[in-house]
Design a protein around this ligand. Structure first.
Ligand code: ARG
Length: 570
């Protein structure tokens, strides 16, 4: 099924061809009206094309409107101001559209959906528990993936884990010197983290530890058997822990190719850079220098001692992806501090002539009011802790509102609501703004929050259950009719769902979708306060059941695009 504007476009294009057959006009743009006075949609076609067609835009608008015959879509057209055309849809068309919603798949024919979109997100560094700093990449990345799938793209979700780098030298030193075996057996990753923090502390007093760590790292990179085994163990225990959290959050990856996976490709990447004269030797290291106009710092791709860097691994990653996928584009999600890194290696791959669309989606970092989170300083809130706290708070509210549910049901609702609240708190913000972490804000259940949307969904389910109880169950095929204003408001707003999902997906901004869903839920609640359902005559009753059923299904689909679940009662 097409977006609603497409039906309007069709009517207009026929008229444009009739009215201005010989002109090469600029494409028609149909926008959502900002005020109900101006109808449901508007177009500024006449103004946009006044030069091309010639003449006063109001006249052009008139000519166009005169060529639009009576049709099923448009009730009325008005010309306003300098030449806007205000478009009022027929109630019957809106009803019919709503009736079809959610049973048919939405089509986004204008998008180039060939190949794969590879989405690189979450990507924590091994041997550290994930903390809320990882929350954003994981949650926003997951939602971007879901939005891409909804728009018809095939995606590959890749967890580009940091399993290569200087931290392993330090960890190995820490492991040998300060490991508490018992603690390690109980909770390996927690103990590794402690050992890592210990290393940082100790090396402040004993700077020679840094050299020892470098030696251990070198041994690992040269294939030393013992270090290699330890390294693999660190990866295994870390992934076990991460996967528990991913499962709990409904996050799924297709591949877990970490940085080390690309290691064998790195020498050839540096070779190619040198051959093409892009990387040059500078004090023993191999460095790419950029044009002055690019305004980028030089990028080291191989150190004097032969070691490769973060940027080398990212260039190698692109080489691998070009050779192994039919890449549509690659999307990366990290916090804002990595912007320069991405600009550098994007530029380098361009210089290599590797023609691939890449997007770095960055987001503001989460801070406590008094500073940044940091594993090294031990000042972190672990993701698991956060999810547990969310669940606990949700449970308290459910106990109060719905004490009669079974313990199992309460537990399930609490998990869905708690995790949903946390995800939504993150997704509903402009992703580029910094977030000051506050428990009460992130776990709020009122206003523009997931629990409010989940509650609206559950409320509709409860109405549908009651309808069944009185022997008037939902008939999905019943022809909906609009009779009240609040009903029309809700129905027309509902028809915008695929348009809003497209906007959110194209801009990689889940917050555009949360804004829409919040407004939809509010409009439903307004509607329900003024338009009763179950005590109405059958034709009104069945019509309204169809409307709220589509609202519920749309809320569910929308929340699903955010990675948030729903429950049938709350
Ligand atoms: N592991 C990195 C970090 O925690 C993020 C990796 C992002 N992806 C990439 N291809 N560079 O900062």
């Amino acid at each position: 099924m097409l977006r609603i504007e497409k039906y309007i476009e069709e009517v207009f294009y026929n008229a444009i061809h009739k009215a201005f057959p010989e002109k090469e006009v600029k494409p028609l743009e149909i926008t959502i009206a900002t005020n109900e006075k101006f109808g449901d949609f508007q177009t500024n076609f006449a103004m946009m094309n006044s030069k091309i067609i010639g003449g006063n835009p109001r006249k052009i608008a008139e000519e166009l409107v005169n060529n639009i015959p009576e049709n099923e879509v448009i009730e009325k057209l008005e010309i306003a101001g300098p030449g806007f055309i205000n478009i009022f849809l027929k109630d019957s068309f809106v009803s019919k559209y709503v009736g079809l919603m959610t049973s048919e798949k939405y089509e986004f024919k204008e998008l180039d959906t060939h190949g794969d979109i590879i989405i690189d997100y979450s990507s924590p560094n091994i041997a550290k528990r994930m903390h809320i700093g990882h929350l954003r990449s994981t949650i926003i990345g997951d939602s971007v993936k879901r939005l891409c799938n909804f728009l018809g793209y095939h995606t590959v979700a890749d967890n580009h884990i940091g399993d290569w780098g200087t931290q392993f030298g330090k960890l190995i030193v820490g492991y040998h010197n300060w490991l508490d075996k018992e603690a390690y057996e109980k909770n390996p990753i927690e103990e590794l983290e402690r050992v890592y923090v210990e290393f940082t502390k100790q090396s402040e007093e004993h700077p020679e530890l840094e050299d020892i760590a470098r030696e251990e790292l070198k041994k690992l990179q040269d294939g030393d058997e013992e270090n290699y085994k330890l390294w693999q163990e660190f990866i295994k225990v870390s992934l076990q822990e991460y996967n528990k959290l991913y499962t709990r959050m409904g996050i799924h990856f297709d591949t877990y190719y970490g940085e080390s996976f690309y290691h064998p490709i790195m020498p050839s990447v540096v070779e190619e850079l040198v051959e093409k004269g892009l990387a040059i030797e500078d004090q023993g290291a191999k460095v790419v220098f950029f044009d002055e106009k690019d305004n980028l710092h030089p990028c080291i791709v191989q150190k004097k001692d032969g070691a490769f860097l973060y940027s080398t691994s990212d260039i190698a990653t692109i080489k691998f992806r070009r050779e192994n996928y039919d890449v549509n584009k690659i999307i990366y999600l990290t916090d804002e501090r990595q912007q320069d890194h991405f600009k550098q290696f994007f530029k380098i791959t361009e210089m290599l002539g590797w023609d691939i669309e890449k997007v770095h989606i960055w987001f503001g970092i989460m801070r406590f009011a008094d500073g940044v989170f940091s594993t090294r300083k031990g000042n972190v809130i672990r993701l698991e802790q956060l999810l547990d706290e969310g669940k606990k708070r949700a449970l308290e509210i459910i106990e109060e509102k719905n004490p009669n549910l079974s313990a199992e049901e309460k537990d399930n609702i609490a998990e869905v609501v708690g995790v949903g609240a946390i995800k939504y708190a993150d997704l509903s913000q402009n992703r580029q703004s910094p977030i000051i972490f506050e428990w009460d804000k992130i776990l709020s259940f009122e206003g523009n929050t997931a629990p409010y949307l989940q509650y609206s969904y559950a409320r509709i389910q409860s109405i549908l259950r009651k309808a069944e109880e009185i022997g008037k169950p939902l008939n999905e095929k019943f022809d909906m009719k609009i009779s009240e204003k609040a009903e029309r408001n809700l129905a027309t707003y509902l028809t915008l769902f695929p348009t809003m999902a497209l906007r959110a997906g194209e801009a990689y901004k889940p917050n555009l979708l949360t804004d829409y869903l919040f407004e939809l839920a509010k409009k439903f609640n307004t509607f329900y306060n003024s338009c009763p359902i179950l005590n109405q005559e059958d034709d009104v009753l069945f019509s309204r059941l169809v409307l709220i059923d589509r609202v519920a299904k749309t809320l569910k689909t929308g929340l699903d695009l955010l990675g948030i679940n729903t429950v049938n009662r709350m």
